[in-house]
Design a protein around this ligand. Sequence first.
Ligand code: ZN
Length: 144
Amino acid sequence: MNLFELINYTISSLEIGFASYFFILSSLSLIPIPFSERIRSKDDLDKIMGEEIKRLDLQDENIAPVFNLGFLNSVAVLMPDGTYQIRISKRLANRNFVRHELYHIYKKHNYDNLRINSWLLKKIDYWFRQEPQARVYALLDIKL
Ligand SMILES: [Zn+2]
């Protein structure tokens, strides 16, 4: 095997590795969609959010649930005053997404994002630490 072949194999292996990693990461969020308890109204969201906040012992945090926004994503947003909003998209609203976003708050991921100055390190930290932690907790109830 010459150097060119070695570089080629290395790049191919990395591509397969990254593709597999992101496939597994996506699966952790997509698999529970048909099985997780659906959220159909703001009342459902408030109830489920209250239950999941207790499970993570986050009662001291000021977390406002926001329901029925037009976009597809669900997200936990750290507001300038230090409170949080969890915005749950109506289209894919279920308990799994609430658990996922609350875990970001539980692990203080939003504060970590503010601490890291490098754009690249932020992305690496997000995709290889924060997201796996939140997705594993949401699906399997394991705190990493
Ligand atoms: Zn997330």
